[in-house]
Design a protein around this ligand. Structure first.
Ligand code: HEC
Length: 160
């Protein structure tokens, strides 16, 4: 019984903490909200890169680990499905530190299609890697890895 009470009070603390975060968001200025949206999407893209790096290393000669390759590609697919959500907030009118091009918000359908292409190609790669054969996996790698640049070429300031 005591344990249950402790658990319930812990849950209440967590819930009130979340409510605090939600109400803090309401109190933010539009500039602060835009800065937060930019932070959030950059964090998402960094997490994509974090998951892609081990796979790209395998493509370049690091030992092939099919389980890691499949796992990370499935993560990329899941995260890719969030790209349109984190870009839903239009930050064009704000002086944010961003490499996102304004054209994203003029072409949301195409931008979403490019996110979907990454998701599909990541899953196709994961399927190919799941068999454990390096050559089969790598046959699906070009389309997968290319999906990142394919969007960057159109919707991101050229930083390369
Ligand atoms: C549908 C479009 C799209 C796809 C697909 C995409 N990106 Fe991006 N990426 C962007 C945009 C837009 C930005 C600019 C974000 C900003 O500066 O606000 C970005 C920025 C980044 C950044 C820089 C983040 C920062 O801290 O400034 C990295 C790293 C990145 N992407 C990696 C990847 C990787 C790796 C993939 C593929 C697994 C990928 N992206 C796929 C659109 C995309």
């Amino acid at each position: 019984m005591k344990k249950i009470l402790v658990l319930i009070s812990a849950l209440c603390v967590t819930a009130s903490g979340l409510l605090f975060v939600a109400s803090a968001q309401n109190d933010m200025t539009p500039e602060e909200r835009a800065a937060m949206a930019v932070d959030q999407r950059k964090a998402l893209f960094k997490t994509l890169r974090f998951n892609l790096i081990p796979i790209a290393s395998m493509a370049q000669g690091a030992p092939f680990d099919a389980a890691v390759a499949e796992r990370n590609a499935r993560r990329v697919a899941a995260i890719a499905s969030m790209i349109p959500e984190v870009l839903a907030q239009d930050t064009r009118d704000f002086d944010a530190e961003t490499t996102a091009l304004d054209s994203i918000w003029e072409n949301m359908d195409d931008f979403t299609a490019k996110s979907q292409a990454l998701e599909d190609n990541a899953n196709a790669f994961a399927d190919a890697a799941s068999g454990g054969d390096f050559a089969t996996a790598m046959g699906a790698f070009r389309a997968f890895g290319g999906s990142c640049g394919n969007c960057h070429d159109t919707y991101r300031v050229d930083t390369d």
